[in-house]
Design a protein around this ligand. Structure first.
Ligand code: GAP
Length: 453
């Protein structure tokens, strides 16, 4: 995998309507991207697959959807105000600002100059004003991770649901970081989405659960179409751990630009619940937290047997939607040689992630009977609730097949004159390109089988 394969992916994303540069007509805004008609489908499918596996397929996890604007006190006590920064270096020659760990051989990556400042911390959180007065007295942060509002809602969720330890709270949504050097397409951006689970466990059981979640998350990525040979686990060195973490394992993926983090699975101990709690001295916290908290909450659970208060430890699998999107596209993207020296581009996406689940194509675009029959089948398949089905009335079967191979549609269904006579249609499989005729009445079942699998 090379930078060239990244260029091909970027070109495909623009050409077919997966991803566009944000604010493009005004020259763009660095580190931001927009998702087009196919991109939004793939992104939603990825988030849905995560939600299914976390919330619907388990009985010990609840979901929430919290606000993005965050009271600064939350991020003061979480430690983000003090520590959520990257080391920033200025190039005195070309005035570029560079993340210190992106500098090689002490040279500015933009102009090659060695006239650089010493690194200094640069906080990555975005601030905005809340309310009509802009005197700096009423600001909020755009959340830098979705996790914090899970912690602040811990008691609300616990009190409104029947759970005991271990249990989890899941959330997907936007996070914002003023990255010094956004780069590598959607890999490092300033506005992105996270899929985060905070799984609360008894202290002492944390290391066992850390391992359990690491294995589960590796299996989940494989089910999204990522070959395990392109994934690696990295135990984050102690001196590189985030301020809240006792241990973190990163799931690394072989991106076109190199081996990089796809998801992090952290053991956040009792740091966050403890930081946001009142009366830590009676709670026997192990994490070093600021005891002068402004919160009146007691984010703890009572042991049903001993009645002692416990601040749960938390295991946090935290994945980036954009990084998942990029890894999945990269895995699925293939250029195949065909007979006669031709080639085809195909996205072999898992059907549950495909933006378009099936394309129904009338053989002739101006033939009302064919178009009507195709519309009926499209509507039937659409009503199954398995995702978007398209009526592709381009009048050019070859071109339609090529387009749908390239955007990863698992099947194309052609309605021809035989269909009008005997009620059958041709189904073409994206991966094998094999075609077979099926009774139209049995296509719904066939469709369900392919997409559900
Ligand atoms: N709550 C823990 C947390 O936020 P993190 O390792 O900073 O941990 C978790 O971020 C995941 O969010 C990363 O593994 C990555 O997938 C994604 N992510 C972080 N920063 C990102 C960025 N600037 N652009 C795209 N994705 C990002």
């Amino acid at each position: 995998m090379t930078a060239e394969s990244m260029d091909k992916l970027v070109a495909l994303c623009k050409r077919r309507g997966f991803i566009f540069q944000s604010n493009e007509i005004y020259g763009g805004l660095q580190g931001l991207y927009d998702y087009g008609p196919l991109g939004v489908e793939l992104k939603n499918n990825l988030k849905r697959s995560w939600w299914n596996s976390m919330v619907y397929e388990r009985d010990d996890i609840e979901g929430i959807d919290s606000s993005i604007l965050t009271n600064p006190l939350v991020l003061k006590h979480s430690g983000h105000e003090e520590t959520f920064s990257d080391p920033l270096v200025d190039c005195k020659s070309c005035k570029s600002r560079i993340r210190a760990d992106h500098i090689k051989e002490n040279k500015c990556p933009e102009c090659g100059s060695e006239d650089l400042t010493d690194p200094r911390p640069f906080n990555l959180m975005f601030k905005t004003n809340v309310g009509p007065v802009e005197d700096g007295s009423s600001f909020a942060y755009l959340r830098p991770e979705t996790a914090q509002q899970i912690f602040t809602n811990f008691k609300n969720v616990l009190d409104s649901t029947p759970h005991h330890l271990p249990f989890g709270i899941a959330q997907t949504g936007k996070a914002f970081r003023n990255e010094i050097t956004p780069r590598n397409f959607i890999f490092r951006v300033r506005e992105f989405e996270q899929m985060e689970l905070e799984f609360f466990v008894k202290p002492g059981e944390d290391e066992k659960w850390h391992k359990v979640w690491t294995d589960l998350r590796m299996d989940w990525w494989e089910k999204q179409g990522i070959d395990k040979k392109n994934l690696e686990l990295l135990e984050v060195p102690k001196d590189e751990l985030a301020h809240y973490s006792k241990a973190t394992v990163d799931i690394m993926y072989k991106y076109p630009h190199g081996l990089e983090e796809l998801e992090g699975i952290a053991n956040r101990t009792d740091f966050d619940l403890g930081s946001h709690s009142r009366g830590q001295s009676d709670l026997g916290l192990t994490a070093k937290v600021d005891k002068n908290t402004d919160s009146n909450a007691k984010l703890a659970v009572q042991d049903p047997d001993t009645k002692d208060w416990i601040v749960p430890y938390v295991i946090e699998p935290s994945a980036g939607v954009e990084r998942g999107f990029l890894a999945i596209l990269n895995e699925a993207f293939k250029v195949e040689e065909l007979e006669g020296g031709k080639e085809r581009t195909v996205l072999s996406l898992k059907p549950h992630l495909s933006p378009i689940k099936a394309a129904v194509i009338p053989l002739k675009r101006n033939n009302e009977d064919l178009v009507q029959k195709a519309k009926e089948l499209k509507n039937t398949l659409q009503s199954k609730g398995l995702g978007r089905v398209l009526l592709e009335n381009s009048g050019n079967i070859g071109k339609s097949y090529r387009r749908h191979d390239e955007i990863g549609t698992p099947m194309c269904i052609t309605i021809d004159f035989e269909s009008l006579e005997d009620g059958t249609a041709t189904i073409r499989d994206r991966d094998t390109m094999e075609q077979k005729r099926l009774d139209i009445s049995s296509i719904s079942e066939y469709f369900k089988e392919i997409i559900d699998n």
